[in-house]
Design a protein around this ligand. Structure first.
Ligand code: PBG
Length: 324
């Protein structure tokens, strides 16, 4: 057996040129998706306290931000809307002149080279903060599907390139695909949040998107963190229903799930490096407990190495500025 001292693993680590030569994965700014929170008004830039560097921005500011991100090499943004009014069925989610469709129109006009993704979910738009229509305290799966389809259609009509349903209702990918196809949007891409877990790591996002449930939690529709076989079933079903790209969310506590999905299905896989994962690094770096830039790179690299082709991350702008 050929082994030490003939084999020396340190040989290929001995200088930066060699390390670079044998590096197996690299970060690519063009594969990052930057989430943005769009709110009503003009010239609004309201920092989100738990997510340093992120803000709720009005459409004019969002357009400026998108232009700057594009100049930095970022090619995709995903929009979350903060509506002016919320009600039981999330009416503004599907309104032609809702906050997100308006933003999409402005963005596609001003920054046409940017791929505009729309998160499709009712939780920011309902007064109770759940991701679907309620019957009593129960989130009614089938009654929610037409609402999600209507929201997806409003986004597609405004010019969205990518529709990304994040609600975890059963059958929503199929419902949305049919609605889009019937309306002439055969080419609108669906990225399904296929394996989305009921996670504590969404905490800061709920402040950012003002979408905390008024009662209970999301465990009757989002996945149990203990399961990964179930994630493969979710992915298989969403692909059958017509998803083009599948997502695992959150990323960091679910690297094993990302790898299983990538190994099983020969499709593009996205992962969402969620708000809590971002805030932990920011908080620790601010306290001087770790090197924020290195931690960010290590985390993003781990998600990529686990098998994610595309990464949704609040670090996008920062990484693009610093250079991948
Ligand atoms: C639901 C949605 C959530 C996130 C993205 N889409 C929150 C939730 O399910 O409670 C979380 C993203 C993050 O934490 O960064 N519309």
């Amino acid at each position: 057996m050929t082994t030490f001292p003939k084999i020396r693993m340190r040989r290929l680590r001995s200088n930066p040129l060699l390390r670079d030569l044998v590096r197996e994965t690299r970060l690519d700014v063009g594969k990052l998706v930057q989430p943005l929170f769009v709110c009503p008004g003009s010239d609004v830039d309201r920092p989100i306290s738990a997510m340093p560097g992120c803000s709720q921005m009005s459409i004019d500011r969002t357009v400026e931000k998108a232009r700057m991100l594009s100049d930095l090499g970022i090619r995709s943004i995903i929009l979350f809307g903060i509506p002016s009014v919320k009600d039981a069925v999330g009416s503004e989610a599907s309104a032609e002149n809702g906050i997100v469709p308006q933003a999409v129109r402005a963005l596609k006009k001003a920054v046409p080279q940017m791929l505009v993704w729309c998160d499709v979910c009712l939780c920011e738009y309902t007064d109770h903060g759940h991701c679907g229509i309620l019957h009593g305290d129960h989130v009614d799966n089938d009654a929610t599907l037409p609402r999600l389809s209507a929201m997806a259609l409003a986004c597609a009509q405004a010019g969205a390139d990518v529709i990304a349903p994040s609600d975890m209702m059963d059958g929503r990918v199929g419902a949305i695909r049919s609605t889009l196809d019937e309306s002439g949007f055969q080419d609108a891409v669906i990225v399904s949040y296929a394996a989305k877990y009921a996670s504590s790591f969404y905490g800061p996002f709920r402040e950012a998107a003002e979408s905390t449930p008024a009662f209970g939690d999301r465990r009757s529709y989002q996945m149990d963190p203990a399961n990964s076989d179930e994630a493969l079933r979710e992915v298989a079903l969403d692909l059958e229903e017509g998803a083009d790209i599948v997502m695992v969310k959150p990323a960091l506590s679910y690297l094993d799930v990302i790898r299983r999905v990538k190994d099983r299905f020969q499709v593009p896989v996205a992962a969402y490096n969620v708000s809590g994962e971002f805030s932990m690094i920011k908080a620790a770096a601010a306290a001087g407990w770790l090197d924020g830039d290195r931690a960010m790179r290590e985390v993003l690299l781990s998600i990529h190495r686990a098998g994610a082709d595309i990464i949704l991350t609040y670090h996008g702008e920062e990484l693009a500025r610093a250079g991948a």
